[in-house]
Ligand binder design. Structure first.
Ligand code: SF4
Length: 84
């Protein structure tokens, strides 16, 4: 690790240890949070892997970043709009 973990206040419960290097990347680089068509929280066809990871994070006041997934499904890109 580049930096030693630090303790910071948790928004809902006490304090947590954090790796500030990876925490800075998490929201921008996690496969679940960036363009996976299977990510549908609250819907019946939401990814069950993502739901299990989320539930474990709630239990441990933890945060994960998925960097590899065999089930990742890219969201179809919007058609390119052209001006004439
Ligand atoms: S398929 Fe993989 S990348 Fe997509 S939401 Fe589920 S766990 Fe995340």
């Amino acid at each position: 690790m580049k930096e030693q973990p630090k303790q910071i206040p948790h928004p809902r419960d006490g304090k947590v240890w954090v790796n500030e290097t990876t925490e800075a990347w998490r929201k921008d680089e996690c496969l679940c949070l960036n363009g996976c068509a299977n990510m549908k929280p609250g819907q019946p066809d939401h990814c069950q892997i993502a739901q299990r990871l989320f539930d474990a994070c709630v239990d441990g006041r933890a945060a994960l970043m998925v960097t590899r997934c065999g089930l990742y499904k890219p969201v179809k890109a919007d058609p390119v709009l052209t001006c004439s």
